[in-house]
Ligand binder design. Sequence first.
Ligand code: C2G
Length: 130
Amino acid sequence: MKRVLTFGTFDLFHVGHLKILKRARALGDYLIVGVSTDALNYSKKQRNPIYNQEHRKEIIQELKFVDETFFEESLALKRQYIIDYKADILVMGDDWKGRFDEFKDICEVVYLSRTASISTTEIIEIVRET
Ligand code: C2G
């Protein structure tokens, strides 16, 4: 039984999010997703997500290839989350490549390629311009 853990904001849920979660789940048997809180997102990007954290988490939790979700409160707690959720594999998009190699002492760390030409930021820009 391999437990896979990944993180993200998943604002304005799109096909890039769907694909990475599906591929993450395919690496193991049980997928746990840490959904970044609104406060964490604000501290990273200086703006609030469009969808609040409860709605973002609810969408992720209902996906058939997601087994468990929780709120990621702080980037500094990654090691603790890996331990608490007994993760065998940490999966991140390759925009984070190398950034989580420090956890290779307690789990496997895999970076998956992002889906090209789609992002929450781009969606917001397109909607703003139309
Ligand atoms: N993603 C992807 N393809 C895209 C857009 C996003 O594969 N076109 C992936 C990202 O690489 C990430 C996940 O979808 O693994 C969630 O993306 P974001 O919501 O942008 O997450 P991020 O802000 O990178 O948060 O603790 C780490 C952070 O919370 C990760």
